[in-house]
Design a protein around this ligand. Structure first.
Ligand code: NI
Ligand code: MN
Length: 230
């Protein structure tokens, strides 16, 4: 059984039987998160890119739990230099972890850490994840605009679940995310990266209605709510 729980913004924790995986744990600074970093149990932390609303509390959680950070090479190297376990990967590459396969997909976005003084640490390319766990296939888009290669991902994989940003401004908005769902053809789509701040406050029901029109079932989670796959 697989359980995916939304912790607001782009943070999802997955329970893959005995293994706990969390993606983009932006919690202490998130206006909408339902948990605090010190409540997180994690064996692996997957990071899509280095922006603060994704890297979030990764370093603290990894230091406390001993979790391994899986991320694009440049971002993984940055995390490794903070003294935590890392597994660097890059776009197109996949790796079979004991709990499942992770493949990095493209994402059209940025990836940098901006210091309080405006200094920029560039952290390579952002990514999405294709997860193959217990016969299930999950696509986590990360922060991205719509791209035609989503069709390729949908054609080559029978997706049980896709998790897509819908908040507009920094990522796809509702209309583009509906087209993404059409390209990906997942059994179920869950929206993310909206409602955190006014700037990305879009109506998830508009996305759900649009997805339904293109034949994809949307599940709109409340923060703290879980979606389970048998
Ligand atoms: Ni971002
Ligand atoms: Mn973001």
């Amino acid at each position: 059984m697989i359980t995916a729980t939304w912790h607001g913004h782009s943070c999802f924790s997955f329970d893959f039987d005995a293994t706990k995986v969390i993606i983009d744990p932006f919690l202490s600074e998130s206006p909408t998160a339902d948990i605090k970093p010190d409540e997180v149990e994690a064996d692996f932390i997957l990071l899509t890119h280095g922006h603060g609303d994704h890297l979030g509390d990764t370093i603290d959680i990894a230091k406390r739990t001993g979790a391994t950070v899986v991320a694009p090479y440049e971002l993984a190297s940055y995390c490794g230099a903070q003294g935590i376990e890392v597994h660097p990967m890059h776009i197109g590459g996949g790796y079979d972890f004991p709990w499942g396969r992770v493949q990095l997909t493209i994402a059209h976005h940025g990836s940098a850490l901006i210091g309080d003084d405006g200094s920029i640490i560039y952290l390579g390319n952002p990514c999405g994840f294709l997860l193959k766990v217990q016969e299930k296939c999950i696509y986590f888009a990360g922060d991205t605009g719509l791209f035609l290669d989503m069709k390729l991902i949908g054609d080559r994989n029978r997706l049980d679940l896709a998790i897509l940003p819908i908040g507009d401004n920094f990522t796809m908005g509702v209309d583009d995310a509906v087209t993404a769902a059409e390209y990906l053809k997942p059994k179920v789509v869950i929206p993310m990266h909206y409602g955190t701040w006014e700037l990305i406050d879009v109506d998830p029901q508009a996305f759900a209605d649009g997805a339904e029109k293109v034949g994809v079932k949307a599940v709109v989670l409340e923060v703290g709510e879980s979606y389970t796959m048998e």
